[in-house]
Design a protein around this ligand. Structure first.
Ligand code: EPZ
Length: 429
């Protein structure tokens, strides 16, 4: 199993190009099931989650090709992936595949919308707490689906097709909103989705669906209105930049010190995190598509955060911010409101000498002047990268084990950091 070795202490200087967003690419790829025509996605990140989803979609009959290099292509661009679901040969998504990646459960919506049936394994728990699918199933039922759960599988049926309905989410859910959108676009009549997630990745899916011929209004708001159409067509869409990757490198720069410019980003999608980073004492300046972060000499201030649905502070940056706060002057409170158990990184950060105490949904972090490198283990992917951030500012060597979690969500992590002067290497084996 690969490991990552980091020797802390180097300041970061340079430019980091931000990849396409994993959490936009996955639902966009799944949307290819909605049409027999080709959906071409540009800037798809090269990640193991994307590779896994290609396998899952291939199993349903989607032909997938990756375009070769073209003149004028930018070196750091992601892949151009063409997905064609000419005919769907299998409406079953088996346990072996779905259990490895929760997002693959979302295939239930396009399979049901296009084929009138789907049998998809329940995704099961994961390292960040139980993550039920009750709201996703409720949304499908509101659109007329009959749902049964049998032997760990969700059996969804709509033999006469889905019909428009009103969906009121009791809780903001990204996957629930993706599911509702992908089901409603091919339903008969109009659907209203209330308390919809406003995460930019939901907006990206909605915009792509519109290019495919869907009728959606209210994009980027919490009320979406979808008027179903008889069929969708192929389209061309560029995946949104990864705001979580951008935030991660912004925090890493503040942690290590130095001056880094992140390119190919949309800073306004990351405003709450950048504001907290400024509060912590980093200098943050933005243009329309870049973020420059620097910290030279001055220490970090303790800042409290609470995770929230967009546009609040993202849960997917909570672990990374906690790593940053382990070296701040003073005590910070980090409250996780989205997931019930997203604190797996606390015990690993403690190996660097960090002082963190848990009190229910809040971690109380007492900043330390010095962290020391240690052997640590990655748990989920955001937790893993929080260890990278701590390691960059720790004295001596850190060895991060189980890095396959990092490969699920961070493209070329080592080379992006190396280019900025970090001492980081992957040890294969
Ligand atoms: C998406 O997960 C992301 N995954 C997560 O990123 C992200 O943390 C999360 O949204 C919140 O922003 C992808 O996009 C692939 P939710 P999702 O449905 O859709 C509860 C990462 O690291 N809930 O918005 O699964 C749920 O338990 C990953 O890239 C129900 O109760 O999250 C949670 O408490 C991790 N019933 C809350 O809602 C349901 O039916 C929000 O979950 C569905 C969700």
């Amino acid at each position: 199993m690969d490991r990552i070795r980091i020797v802390g202490g180097a300041k970061l200087h340079g430019t980091i190009p931000v990849s396409g967003a994993k959490n936009a690419a996955l639902p966009l790829m799944i949307a290819s099931l909605l049409t027999p025509e080709t959906l071409t996605l540009e800037n798809v990140p090269r990640l193991s989650d994307v590779r896994m989803l290609k396998r899952i979609l291939g199993n349903h009959g989607v032909d997938i090709t990756v375009a070769g290099k073209r003149l004028g292509d930018r070196e750091d661009d992601g892949e151009t992936v063409k997905l064609t679901a000419g005919s769907i040969v299998d409406t079953v998504a088996p346990y072996e595949l779905v259990s490895q990646m929760r997002a693959s459960f979302w295939v239930v919506a396009p399979l049901l919308a296009r084929m009138g049936e789907a049998k998809v394994s329940l995704p099961g728990g994961c390292a960040i707490g139980t993550r039920p699918v009750d709201l996703l199933l409720m949304a499908l039922e509101k659109l007329g689906a009959e749902i049964e759960i049998e032997g760990g599988y969700v059996l969804a049926r709509a033999p006469k097709g889905l019909k428009g309905g009103e969906i009121d989410f009791a809780k903001v859910t990204v996957g629930g909103t993706h599911t509702a959108l992908m089901a409603a676009v091919l339903a008969h009549g109009t659907s209203i989705i209330r308390n919809a997630a406003r995460e930019p990745e939901v907006g990206d899916l909605a915009r792509c669906l519109v290019k495919m011929g869907a009728k959606i209004s209210g994009i980027d708001t919490s009320v979406l209105e979808v008027t179903g159409v008889g069929s969708l067509k192929g389209a061309h869409h560029r995946v949104l930049p990864d705001r979580i990757e951008a935030g991660t490198y912004a925090f890493a720069t503040a942690m290590a010190g130095g001056d880094v410019t992140l390119t190919d980003v949309q800073p306004h999608l990351l405003q709450s995190a950048l504001d907290r980073l400024s509060d912590a004492g980093a200098t943050v300046t933005t243009t329309e598509n870049s973020i420059r972060v620097s910290r030279n000499g001055n220490g970090l201030a303790a800042v409290n955060i609470e995770t929230e649905a967009f546009p609040g502070f993202p849960t997917d940056l909570q672990a990374q911010f906690m790593a940053l706060m382990t070296k701040a002057q003073g005590t910070s409170r980090i409250t996780e409101t989205i997931f019930e158990n997203r604190f797996m990184h606390v015990s690993e950060l403690a190996r660097f000498g960090a002082k963190i105490r848990l009190d229910g949904d809040t971690a109380i972090v007492e900043g330390m002047p010095v962290l020391k490198g240690a052997p640590v283990m990655a748990t989920d992917l955001r937790a893993s990268v929080s260890l990278v951030i701590a390691a960059l500012a720790a004295e001596g060597e850190t060895m991060i084990n189980r890095v396959y979690h990092l490969d699920r969500g961070f493209e070329q992590l080592e080379s992006k950091l190396q280019r900025c002067g970090a001492e980081v290497e992957r040890i294969r084996g």
